[in-house]
Structure formats: C-alpha cells, structure tokens
Design a protein around this ligand. Structure first.
Ligand SMILES: NC(=O)C1=CN([C@@H]2O[C@H](COP(=O)(O)OP(=O)(O)OC[C@H]3O[C@@H](n4cnc5c(N)ncnc54)[C@H](O)[C@@H]3O)[C@@H](O)[C@H]2O)C=CC1
Ligand SMILES: O=C(O)[C@@H]1CCC=N1
Length: 269
C-alpha cells in the first residue's frame, strides 16, 4: 500500500527533507505539507507540486507525520493534532531536545513516535540523520523512518539518551564547518588573496579533506601527519591552533550545544 507522508512545519529543515524525498523518488501525490502562512503554502505547492493542507487534515490523511516545527512550537502543534490522530499513525519528530515522552503524553495512548535529528546537507543527499525509537515504536517504524531519511543521506540508530549529544555533533555540525570556512577565508584575505580565490581554495580543501576522511579508512591523525612536513608550514599553523586552545574551544562548544538541547526538552524555553 502506498504510504502518505506529511511534513508539518515546512521551514528550512522541513523543505530540505521534502525536496530530498522527491529526488529520492517519492511521488508528490503521496506527500503533504503544512505551513503557517498561506503564501508559504502556495510557494510549496508551486515549487513541489504537493498538496498544502491544514495540520488537522494532514493528521487525518497521512500515515506518517514528520513534525519539523521549532521545539517551542511543538506543544501547540501537538494540541492541534491530537484530536484528529489515531494510534495507527507514525509520528516522527525532528525537533531538537524534545523527548519522545513529550509527544507520547500529548497523543493517543500507544501512538508510535520516532525521534530523528537530521541536518541540512539532506539538501544535497549527504545528510546525517540520527534515529531513536519512542516507547511504542517497533522495528518496522524505525525501518520506515530509515527509508525516508536514508534517501537523503546516512542514518544511524542510537538510544534516545544519546540524541542531545548527536544534535550537538551532526545536527548542528554543518554550521561549525561553515564557520571555519568563513574564518579561513578571512585569513586568506589577510594573506593578500582576493576573497573569491581564498574561498575556492578553502572550500576545495574542505571537500578533499572530507572525502579522504570518509573514504581513506585512515585515522584523522594519520591524515594530518601526512600534511605536516618536518619543520614545515603546517606544524607552525597547528602550534598556533593549540596555543589558542581551539581543541578545547571545540569541546566546550559541543558541550554547550548538548546542554542547550537538554534545556529545550520542556518545549517552552
Ligand atoms: N535547521 C536545521 O539545521 C535543523 C533543524 N532541526 C529542527 O527542525 C525544527 C525546525 O527547524 P528549522 O527548519 O530550522 O526552523 P524554521 O523556523 O525554518 O521552520 C519551522 C517552520 O514551522 C512552521 N510552523 C510553526 N508552527 C507551525 C504550525 N503550528 N503549523 C504549521 N507550521 C508551523 C514555521 O512557520 C516555520 O516555517 C526545529 O525543531 C529544529 O530543532 C533539526 C535538525 C537540523
Ligand atoms: O540550532 C538548532 O537548534 C537546530 C537543531 C540542530 C540544528 N539546528
């Protein structure tokens, strides 16, 4: 039987996922979206050929609902959905921090809930989506979530207790790399290169390094050692990174992201 999937709250991550599902072969007729503003609903209809409906209608028509609103909007959305949802629907939440128990407490008893933390590279089919089961989710429900998110990148199952950490690593992860590229491009300008050239040099270095990390099977230390010639340029740079505590700063940064994910658990702050 063909499944209907609805994306509720089609903002940045919801739209990225929707576009990826269509690229992965989902027929627009089997996809529904919801949006707060009518102009946004119209934009999504035109861009993807999907039906834009109310949250209540999505709850009635879809077999699987992907909730992609902000953590702070999740309580209100669940209140809107609950009267229309039966416990044979799969509810997938992509919201940072919100535990599956938050959803289970507001939906019909026994509703299967799966928590997923994707990231924006789903836009280019290189996403990383971390998946955990709520209390009533079966292996089939997890497999269905993997089918959806696996079409736009890699998936990994973790116990829900590790979701806040995963959010800090891969959910937020792309932003750290963009930040590094920005800073290194500034450095290129300081060294006298035009911005566009500096940017190209850094982005291509990032792509090359990422592919080697993924495909070489080598530990990152080994890969770095192969770049660092004795008494050369690279070790001079690495010494500065160590002097400025960049490793410690990254550890502290990811810890802060994990802590913020925990704070978002109540859905109010
Ligand atoms: N942006 C990212 O890289 C990632 C975001 N997430 C999670 O995804 C969720 C959404 O994040 P973004 O896409 O960045 O935010 P966003 O603000 O771009 O998207 C949220 C959308 O939900 C809509 N919305 C809110 N309440 C609604 C309602 N009751 N009915 C219909 N639409 C409603 C908003 O109008 C907005 O378009 C958050 O919970 C976030 O933690 C997860 C992984 C990565
Ligand atoms: O910054 C955030 O809260 C969301 C969750 C992971 C990525 N973006």
């Amino acid at each position: 039987m063909t499944q209907t999937v609805a994306v509720l709250g089609t903002g940045k991550i919801g739209e990225a996922l929707l576009s990826g599902m269509i690229r992965a072969g989902w027929h627009p007729a089997n996809l529904l979206v919801t949006a707060r503003r009518p102009e946004r609903a119209e934009e999504l209809r035109t861009r993807y050929g999907v039906d834009a409906v109310t949250n209540a209608e999505a709850a009635k028509r879809a077999d699987t609902l992907i909730l992609a609103v902000k953590p702070q909007d999740m309580g209100a959305l669940l209140d809107e959905l609950a009267p229309h949802l039966t416990d044979d629907r799969l509810v997938i939440s992509a919201a940072a921090g919100i535990p599956s128990t938050f959803l289970e407490a507001r939906l019909a008893a026994g509703t299967p809930v799966v928590r997923v933390m994707p990231n924006t590279p789903v836009l280019v089919d290189e996403g990383m989506s971390v998946i955990s089961a709520g209390s009533h989710a079966t292996p089939d429900h997890l497999a269905h979530a993997e089918e959806i998110f696996g079409g736009v990148g890699k998936t990994l199952r973790v116990p829900e207790s590790q979701q806040d950490a995963a959010t800090a690593l891969s959910g937020s992860g792309p932003a750290y790399f963009y930040y590094l590229v920005e800073a290194m491009t500034d450095a290129g300008i300081l060294l006298g290169l035009p911005r566009a050239q500096a940017y190209d040099l850094i982005v291509q270095s990032a792509i090359g390094a990422a592919v080697m990390l993924r495909d070489s099977g080598e530990h990152p230390v080994k890969l770095r050692e192969a770049v660092m010639s004795p008494a050369g340029t690279t070790i001079s740079a690495i010494r500065e990174l160590e002097n400025h505590g960049v490793r410690a700063a990254l550890i502290a940064a990811l810890e802060a992201a994990r802590d913020r994910s925990r704070e978002l658990a109540s859905g109010t702050n």
